[in-house]
Design a protein around this ligand. Sequence first.
Ligand code: C5P
Length: 222
Amino acid sequence: EFRINIAIDGPAGAGKSTVARKVAKALSYVYVDTGAMYRAVTWDMLNLGIEAENEQEVLARMESLEIELIPGEDGQRVRLSGQDVTDDIRSLAVTRTVSRYAQIEGLRAELSSAQRQMALRKGVVMDGRDIGTTVLPDAEVKIFMTATVEERARRRFRELPESGESITLEQLEREIADRDELDRNREVSPLVCAEDATVLDTTRMTIEEVSDAIVRLAERQL
Ligand code: C5P
């Protein structure tokens, strides 16, 4: 059976993970959320009080971390050195700091190589910031998903857990814009649209429309 890889990149809150999950399901492929790996590392560093500025310590700590992405019925579970951190890595504390850790070259090199391993046998839908440009430059289908920052903030706002942390829509919009800024301007594999990617502005599209469009692009390659 011939299988391909699908890379989905774009700024925060564009709906990449929801869409990637749907596309993977439609094709019976594996969904890989690379942001979860950066988040898991960040969660661990925050627990240990290792700051992103302290690159040597970050990299030393990385050596003893084992990140596992486990495809499951209700989405992907994330395990860090044996501990399930799926929910923990969605905290505001992690969201606010992850882009600082994601700038560290050695950290990116490690995670990128693990991501490449996961895609070796094809049949993967991978979402992130640098998948089409750096991690899987040979992916058969490359998508760059965007939406206005206002729309992305609204989408994230609707997804916020009912309990616990509270944040206003305006704050969320500012934080998303800040994170995009860091992701777009970092030196190592910044968030940019690959030259050969199909750009989907999803501002006025539904999740179904976006995932159908991607499945159609994939089917043309099969
Ligand atoms: O996708 P998500 O919003 O969970 O990603 C969290 C952060 O992880 C991003 O803002 C970015 O800083 C970093 N990231 C990255 N490269 C990827 C995926 C995520 O730098 N491939």
